[in-house]
Structure formats: C-alpha cells, structure tokens
Design a protein around this ligand. Structure first.
Ligand code: AMP
Length: 550
C-alpha cells in the first residue's frame, strides 16, 4: 500500500495527463496479477467492482468514532483540520501524524481483505467501526489517507476513469480502444487490467446476473440540436420520472438493479414474480413506475416504496408498479449490445409485454419540426422533457454519448428569497455556495416558508459577492449552516414539485437550481405558497406519461 500511496501522490502532483498515465502505467506494469486487479480498481476510486453489490456502510458518524479511537482527536480538531483540507483523507493523515501514529504499514492485498471483512460485517455498525479502526491502525498515515479517500468514494488525484484505462493500455501495450471497450462491458477495471496483462481483452463480456452500467443521454438545447447531432430520423420517448432499473432474468432467478447498480430485487416482488412468466433469459433496461388505473403515478408516490427492503401487502396495494422497458440487452444467451436499437426494439415489442410490464411509448419522427412538435406535446402533458434516440445506435454501457439525447426545459421558475446558506466543499470551499430559499406564505404576509435548497448556478464572482452579503446579513451562525436576513432574491428553476416534510412550506422543489440573481427584485416581490400549491396540484392532476401494454 506504501507504493500505491506514493504512486497516487505522484499522480496528484502533476497536472499533465500524459505524465499521470505514464506514472500509473509504470506502476501497474510492475504488479503481479492479484495486486494489479486491486490497485487498478483503487486507482479508479473504487473499492469493489461497479457491478458488485457490496458496500462498506461506513458513514460520517462511524468515521468520527474511528478518528477518535485512533488518534484521540475530537470534533474540534476534526472540524479545524477539515476546514484546512476539505478532504477526509487529508484530515485522516493530518490527525494520524499529529497523534504520532506509527505502524509498519500494510500490503495492498491486506487492505483489500480488510475492506472485504468490513463489507461482510452486517448488522452492527459498531462491529464495522471496530474493523475499520483495526485496518487503519495497521496503516501508516500516508496509507490511512488513501484508505479514507477510498471509503469516501473520491480519490481527488485528478484521475478520471478514462486515464486509468489509458494507463492499463500503456502498461501492457494494448490498444486503448480495446481496454475502454472491455471496461464498458465488464464494469470492473481491475478484471480488465488482468485480461490486458494476459492479452485476453477479446474475452471481455458482460455476465447475466451482474448489472451493466447504464447507457446515458447527453443534454441538448432544442429540437434543431437533436437533428444536427442525430440526423433526420429520430426516435422519441417520454422522459419518465421513476426509478431506472435493469432486470436480469436468468435460468435460476430474476434480479433487479437500481441506477447505482445496487440490487433492489426484494423491493419489487411483484415484478420478480411477473418476470417468471416471460420466455427465456432476458436483460431489460427501463424504468419502474407507479401505475394505477392505466395511469403513471407521480414520483412522490413511488418514493414511498424506496428503501423498503420487503414491502408489506398494504404498500404493494397502495403503489402498484410496472416495469416499463425501452431496451432489450440480452435474449436467450445472446448479448445484443451491438445490435442496432431498431432490432432490439423489434425484439422487445415481439415479447408482447403486458401485466406488470410495459414498453416505452415510441414516436418515430423525421426532422426538427416533428421533434419539436413532440417536445411541445410532452410539455403540454407536464413532462419535463423527452428522450431522443438514434435507431441505428448500439447500446454503450456507462457512456453518455450522442446516440441518446435528452431534451429538457425547467417545468417553471419561482422567485424566492434566500434565508439560509452553507459552506461549500472542494472547489467551493470558503464560499457560501449552497442556499436555502423560501416563498411568502401569502400575498402581503411577512411569513416565509422554505421550499428547497440549491447549489448555486452562479458565476464565481457572483458567489463571492453573495457570500459577502450573506455573511453581513447572518442572524445566526450554526457553524456549517447559517440563517440570514431575507434580502437576496433568486429565480429558481425546477423540474417538479412534491410534498415534503423537510420544508416548512410542506413542499420541495425537485432539481432546483438558481437561474438568475434577481438584483431588480426585493423580498416583497417573491412568489407565494399558493403558486407552489397550484403547480403541485396541476402536476398530480394533469401530468401524463405514456406507456404501451400488450
Ligand atoms: P438524467 O437523469 O437527467 O441524466 O436523465 C437520464 C435518465 O432519464 C435516465 O437515467 C433514465 O432513468 C431516465 N429516463 C427516463 N425516460 C427514459 C427513456 N425513455 N429512455 C432512457 N432513459 C430514460
């Protein structure tokens, strides 16, 4: 692990991508197969492969206990160190050094085994904390820093996954495109590096039952841009507001995976049962949607099912779910990723999905005017936008390419007043970059009610200016968070509104962002709760998303 830490330090110390790739390539080429798999995965910032369902479940509170037990440092020292570094790995090294921590250090395989043990420790969080303390106790401060960075999920050494792929290619003198492709299919750079070392990249393939990363869409501004990027022939689907889901039906069992590749099979038993009725092995990509009386339910209703390990009969009854598929990735032993969407869709339709399954409603458009008409129609049905797909495209896991485009416009905007602010992290360290905002309870009333929190979409200069004003208008400083006098008015764009217990108004805007700083408006000009209510009601009553069932 010492060499890993030194290598990572050297990578962080240079801003040249070429140099980063060279340093990492040399290091990887020097490792045996077992260490190669682990070190490559770690360099990509991952403890386990992307498809691996295991998680460490070590949160902030556990980290705090570990630091205290290991270094004797309390909240004050931790907070001070965090203000200096804004990185939990740096804080760990700092406090370990300050405590005079001495240890011989660990082999990288011992670190990996330590992570395995923590992940295997289910039930008591105390037991995981003890395991982690023991792991870190055996590390040097430099190693502890990277162990902590890995746990936090962010290495911050300026190494994107693409650069790790390049370094693997360089280490074993293989084509970069072959490495990238293998990574796309396998979702584990560790395994890819091992294949590259043995000149076996051609063997890379997805596995039924191990989730593939999802194909993603790139944002575009308007219909003209869709056609400019995709050509005249454009396939258009609603942009559903549910839970992205991948369904793997194998010979023995069906598994469901969420957008972050976690297994959520137990949460949707009705879908698993229905899948048993389908013919043969299948992998479907689509969205879980609440569905009642032939209508897609608001996301808010579906949300009540999130995180419930095994839903009760009452929950199953209250929010029935359909799996709406838009893609078929595997059928009867055959992977279809390189098969054009046109044929994947034809095969999907031939499955004649019904009951707990549906197929995304598809419109085939030609030219920008037709795409625009479909966009306007989607907006009229109160959808945030639509998805445009190239019928000739292959399915590229984990890639945000130009074969899928999303065309969105905010649902609406509200003028709100800033009532609270938080210090930012990373690049936004030292500025109040997150703001809480509110509307007026009623026209003419002085009472305000919060409706959301946004990371500012302002320029650096505006954020600096706003920070100054917010510091001046602070009425209460709670450390990380402060309440401010309601003076600054911002126009907030958002995609949806839903009931919420978190905010005083009883509503929360979804995906809020600051569209503009309204210097021209004062707190007396802001919107009212009544307007928020109207928007929320219209969404529940009039929103329509279309799915097709056999
Ligand atoms: P975004 O989250 O804004 O990046 O949009 C991408 C997400 O849109 C995907 O992860 C899907 O969950 C979702 N989505 C909704 N409808 C579709 C669709 N018809 N095809 C593909 N993705 C969709």
């Amino acid at each position: 692990m010492r060499r890993f830490a030194e290598c990572a330090d050297a990578i962080a110390a240079t801003s040249s991508k070429l140099e980063k790739v060279r340093i990492l390539g040399e290091y990887l080429a020097s490792l045996d197969v077992d260490r190669l798999a682990v070190a490559t995965r770690f360099m990509a910032g991952r403890i386990f492969p992307a498809w691996d369902g295991r998680v460490l479940m070590v949160g902030w509170a556990a980290m705090r206990t570990v630091v205290l037990e290991l270094t004797g440092a309390g909240d004050t020292e931790m907070a001070a160190s965090y203000r200096r570094h804004a990185d939990s790995g740096d804080v760990m090294r700092d406090l370990m050094e300050a405590a005079g921590h001495a240890a011989p250090g660990l082999d990288i395989l011992e670190v990996a085994a330590g992570f395995d043990r923590i992940a295997a420790t289910t039930g008591s969080s105390r037991a995981r904390t003890v395991q982690l303390t023991e792991l870190l106790r055996a590390c040097t401060p430099a190693e502890g820093r990277y162990v902590t960075k890995l746990i936090s999920g962010d290495m911050r050494i300026g190494l994107r996954e693409g650069l790790v792929e390049e370094a693997v290619a360089r280490a074993f003198d293989r084509p970069a495109a072959a490495v990238a492709r293998a990574d796309m299919l396998m979702g584990d750079l560790g395994a890819v590096a091992v294949l590259a070392a043995g000149d076996r990249l051609a063997e890379a393939a997805p596995r039924l039952g191990a989730p593939l990363r999802y194909m993603l869409a790139s944002p575009v501004a308007d219909a003209a841009e869709v056609v400019a990027r995709m050509g005249e022939e454009v396939w258009v689907e609603d942009k559903y507001d549910g839970i992205r889901c991948q369904l793997h039906k194998g010979p023995e069992r069906t598994a469901l995976y969420s957008r972050d590749l976690r297994e959520i099979t137990g949460q949707f038993p009705e879908i698993v049962a229905a899948a048993a009725e389908l013919d043969g092995d299948l992998v479907l990509d689509g969205e879980l949607l609440g569905f009642r009386d032939g209508r897609v339910m608001p996301f808010f209703d579906l949300q009540t099912r999130l995180g419930r390990k095994s839903p009760s009969a009452a929950v199953l009854e209250a929010v029935p779910v359909v799996f709406t598929a838009w893609d078929l990735l595997h059928q009867g032993g055959e992977w279809l990723l390189d098969t054009p969407l046109r044929e994947r869709r034809a095969r999907l339709e031939a499955l004649r999905l019904g009951g707990r399954f549906a197929v995304a409603h598809l419109e085939r458009a030609t030219g920008a005017a037709e795409v625009d008409a479909l966009f306007l129609d989607a907006r009229a049905r109160l959808n945030e936008g639509l998805m445009a797909k190239n019928p000739d495209s292959s399915y590229t896991p984990g890639r945000r390419g130009l074969a899928w485009l999303k065309l969105k416009r905010p649902l609406d905007t509200l003028d709100c007043v800033v009532v609270g602010a938080e210090w930012g992290h990373g690049k936004r360290r030292g500025v109040l970059s997150d703001v809480t905002f509110a509307v007026r309870i009623a026209e003419g009333s002085d009472e305000l009610a919060t409706v959301g929190k946004a990371y500012t979409g302002l320029t650096d200069a505006e954020i600096a200016e706003m920070t100054r004003l917010l510091l001046d208008s602070t009425v209460q400083d709670h450390g990380h968070h402060r309440s401010v006098r309601p003076e600054i008015v911002v126009e907030i764009a958002f995609d949806s509104v839903q009931p919420s217990t978190r905010h005083r108004s009883g509503y929360a805007l979804r995906f809020p962002r600051i569209a503009r700083w309204r210097h021209d408006k004062g707190p007396e000009d802001i919107d009212t709760l009544e307007r928020v209510r109207q928007i929320a009601t219209a969404l529940v009553e009039n929103r329509e998303q279309r799915v097709d069932q056999a």
